[in-house]
Ligand binder design. Structure first.
Ligand SMILES: [Zn+2]
Length: 345
């Protein structure tokens, strides 16, 4: 039995074909300090947290002009680690507490979970690896969706999110540091920018929570044979994904992990309209994945069901468990049209 405490040592050597060289992500601070202040105020107002303004305002001056995103990603992992216990039951939380959540530059997956170390020894816990490129992609998807949904006072800023959706696809297949700056709205007045950024980050966070909860679903359900199979991702493993001829062997486990994730998110929401708003975010994630695979010309991972089938399964589950009322139906129709436009620009 190997201890999870060693995980930092093999963090980098853990993954086969790490794309580290292409993933040095930097973000450049844009706009004047006054603009940043106004934007921050609007973001906090969106979340109803204006009381945090005095403290966060100080950070505007302290933030360097160029930020290494890896520190942001560390913070993100920490935030997820703190948030997830609210979404799962006590039993599953016991398992989650012995799970390490790490973002890595994965070459061929959104995420997966392991229960062994690089030498093939059983761990005393679990490791959930998430693709750090997802952070950029989910923010680009959030931006694309927010641009299309500018309404009321914001209506004059409504524009097509098609280019942003395309960028999220190409970033997953060919990550570029420069895309890290494309997540910003930039062109909007600061108050609008602040609210739009807040809405965008809500989308991005739901996407990451869904992917994380999917992996926790495997842990909660004890999908050990699947975890063992996924060890082909480990750098010095002599296993190869191609060897798995029964590619449908784990589809049922994958569908169940998806349902675990959506169920956790829905049970955490207080009203059906919020459940559907969250589901729509996940729907966009799968439409993106469908396009990623289409552009890639082959599945990102042989062992997963096609994203179109996973999406269908999730939609069926939502319709049975939370039949959409008229407000949700309208939201669904708007999203349908947006996605159609993105796919057929
Ligand atoms: Zn899975």
């Amino acid at each position: 039995m190997s201890s999870l405490k060693d995980r930092k040592e093999y963090k980098i050597t853990l993954v086969k074909n790490c794309k580290l060289d292409r993933w040095r992500l930097q973000s450049i601070k844009t706009g004047t300090e006054d603009r940043q202040r106004e934007k921050l105020k609007a973001t906090l107002e969106y979340f109803g947290k204006l009381d945090l303004y005095p403290e966060l305002e100080k950070q505007i001056l302290e933030t360097p002009n160029e930020i290494e995103l890896s520190s942001d990603i560390e913070r993100l992992a920490q935030q997820l680690k703190e948030d997830i216990p609210d979404y799962i039951n006590e039993n599953d939380n016991v398992k989650f507490q012995i799970t390490e959540l790490i973002f890595l530059p994965l070459p061929n997956a959104d995420g997966y979970c392991l229960n062994q170390d690089t030498a093939g020894n059983q761990l005393d816990g679990y490791i959930v690896c998430l693709n750090e490129g997802l952070w950029i992609c989910s923010q680009l998807l959030g931006k694309a969706f927010v641009l299309e949904n500018m309404q009321g006072d914001f209506a004059e800023f409504k524009s097509s999110g098609s280019d942003c959706f395309e960028l999220a696809i190409s970033h997953f297949l060919t990550p570029r540091g420069s895309n890290a700056n494309e997540v910003f709205f930039g062109h909007l007045p600061p108050q609008i920018d602040g609210a739009a950024t807040a809405a965008q980050s809500s989308v991005a966070i739901i996407i990451l929570q869904f992917v994380t909860l999917h992996e926790i679903g495997h842990i909660a359900r004890g999908d050990f044979s699947l975890m063992n199979t996924y060890s082909f991702h480990i750098a010095n493993s002599n296993k190869n994904e191609i060897e798995y001829s029964h590619i449908e062997q784990y589809w049922e486990a994958e569908y169940n992990a998806d349902i675990f994730a959506i169920k956790s998110i829905c049970e955490h929401s207080k009203a059906d309209i919020n459940r559907w708003a969250n589901f729509i975010t996940i729907w966009i994630l799968f439409e993106w994945l469908i396009e990623v695979e289409r552009k890639n010309g082959k599945p990102i991972c042989n062992l997963h069901p096609p994203p179109s089938l996973r999406l269908k399964n999730l939609k069926t589950w939502m319709n049975i468990n939370y039949p959409p009322a008229s407000d949700a139906l309208l939201y669904i129709e708007i999203t349908h049209n947006i996605i159609n436009n993105w796919k057929n620009p």
